[in-house]
Design a protein around this ligand. Structure first.
Ligand code: FES
Length: 165
């Protein structure tokens, strides 16, 4: 999708997000989230647009570009790179790990031929790790888009992935 997004689409999405959430620093995460929702990630052009909108004429200051990239990189729900149509989030924390998380992670990596943060060449899948999503009692856990899968075994992974064919 990335190469198909025009500058005017990005400008319009940023403008709408800024109008909705306001021109202040507290709104940075909601603005970035709106843009991420619109395009599946936060394009670099959107970062530049957000800076323009949040320019503070009184102090003649812009939000630092690095700050925006840091925010967009820090949160699991945001990405600065195009993601696949389906994003698999694997919980990597200890409670899931001790009940077999590593075998799930290895199966996903091998099956999709991806490492953490990578996307398949056809942009179907992105695989990322995430921290605890509060479902430790049914670990190991993965999220595919908004679908939750718990009590996983490696044998279940092929069937689950096929549901998204
Ligand atoms: S540790 Fe995996 S959901 Fe809590």
């Amino acid at each position: 999708m990335s190469s198909l997004i025009s500058e005017s689409e990005i400008a319009a999405a940023v403008q709408a997000a800024v109008e909705k959430h306001g021109k202040n620093h507290d709104a940075l995460i909601p603005i970035l989230s709106e843009v991420n929702r619109a395009f599946g990630y936060v394009p670099g052009e959107a970062i530049r647009e957000i800076r323009k909108h949040l320019y503070d004429p009184a102090n003649r200051t812009y939000v630092a570009e690095g700050q925006l990239y840091a925010l967009a990189s820090f949160y699991d729900m945001l990405s600065t790179k195009p993601r696949g149509r389906h994003v698999i989030k694997f919980c990597e924390n200890a409670p899931c790990h001790v009940v077999g998380g590593k075998a799930i992670w290895d199966t996903l990596r091998q099956r999709l031929n991806l490492e953490n943060g990578e996307t398949t060449p056809d942009f179907k899948w992105t695989l990322v790790t995430t921290s605890c999503i509060g479902l430790c009692s049914v670990g190991p856990v993965i999220l595919i888009d908004d679908d939750i899968y718990g009590n996983l075994t490696p044998e279940q992974i092929p069937d689950i992935l096929e549901r998204y064919e």
